[in-house]
Write a protein that binds this ligand. Structure first.
Ligand SMILES: Nc1ncnc2c1ncn2[C@@H]1O[C@H](COP(=O)(O)OP(=O)(O)O)[C@@H](O)[C@H]1O
Ligand SMILES: [Mg+2]
Length: 272
């Protein structure tokens, strides 16, 4: 959890609805509280929905089924047309268990022509079985608005919604510091300033600011054959922010000519 900037709100919600819920499952059952939970992670891409899933898979201490649309399509085409039934049969067998459904809109989004039947099957599995005991479903989406209301708004299905938003200034600064902790920065590279300039970028893009700036700095050292230390300049960082902010990377339209690729063997090595 230390490597993820998720904010107290998010970690607290996860603690309540996963660890606290499972640790006290006998107590909740005694009080007639349903033994299953549905959590929807939503928000713009690159802000830690998948990362939180990976951490939960390692840290929650319970069984975990990771299902992407690729897995579900593969199951549908190669094994069983009722892929969700297969997933939940397994989840019930190995409960307590988290079923993590990545980018659920790719499976049951309104725009998919094949989604109606799959949606029905999914809803059946979500609420059709009393013995979905101690199965926690976590679904992620970048586009909650394309989900059928039967998923996103019907009580008893995804009652907990966690938004992963673009980071604020303090979070951007934290990400810059964390991913830059083993790198060297020139004195003029003020991370406070870069965190300000990166306003509007996702967590993943802020991480990429550091990566791109480092590649740029490495390129300079190799080109100049100075053999000196690789120190990141203010302009490396601001150039990266500006490139990432104008959305070219997201659209994939234009090759990035500002950063030449550096052979991996050179990274961390001496210029010849
Ligand atoms: N909140 C965060 N804290 C630290 N790093 C993050 C965070 N969100 C995203 N990242 C970085 O960006 C990468 C991609 O994020 P990801 O979890 O796949 O985003 P999402 O699933 O929300 O689209 C992560 O592997 C991590 O390196
Ligand atoms: Mg994701």
């Amino acid at each position: 959890w230390e490597d993820a900037f998720l904010g107290d709100g998010v970690t607290e919600i996860l603690r309540h609805n996963i660890s606290f819920f499972l640790e006290n499952r006998a107590f909740f059952q005694e009080h007639g509280i349903p033994c299953k939970r549905g959590i929807l992670f939503h928000g713009p891409p690159g802000n830690g929905k998948t990362l939180a899933g990976k951490i939960l898979a390692c840290q929650s201490g319970i069984n975990f089924i990771w299902a992407t649309s690729k897995h579900i399509f593969w199951l549908e085409h190669n094994c069983r047309s009722d892929a969700f039934a297969a997933v939940y049969e397994l989840a019930r067998r190995i409960s307590p268990c988290i079923v993590f459904l990545e980018d659920i809109d790719l499976l049951v989004g309104e725009e998919r022509t094949d989604s109606k039947a799959r949606l029905g099957a999914f809803l059946n599995e979500l609420d059709g079985f009393e013995n979905n005991k101690h199965v926690i479903t976590i679904a992620t989406t970048n586009f909650p608005e394309v989900l059928d209301k039967a998923i996103s708004e019907r009580p008893g299905r995804f009652d907990v919604k966690v938004r992963f938003d673009n980071p604020d200034h303090a979070t951007r600064l934290g990400i810059l510091k964390m991913y830059g902790k083993s790198l060297e920065f020139e004195q003029d590279a003020d991370l406070e300033e870069i965190a300000d300039a990166a306003n509007g970028l996702s967590c993943a893009a802020v991480r990429e600011v550091v990566t791109r700036a480092f590649i740029k700095a490495s390129e300079r050292v190799f080109r100049d054959k100075t053999g000196g230390k690789i120190a990141i300049l203010r302009e490396d960082l601001l150039g990266s922010v500006s490139f990432l902010s104008n959305g070219k990377v997201k659209m994939g339209f234009e090759a990035d000519k500002t950063v030449a690729s550096v052979p991996p063997s050179k990274i961390g090595g001496q210029a010849q």
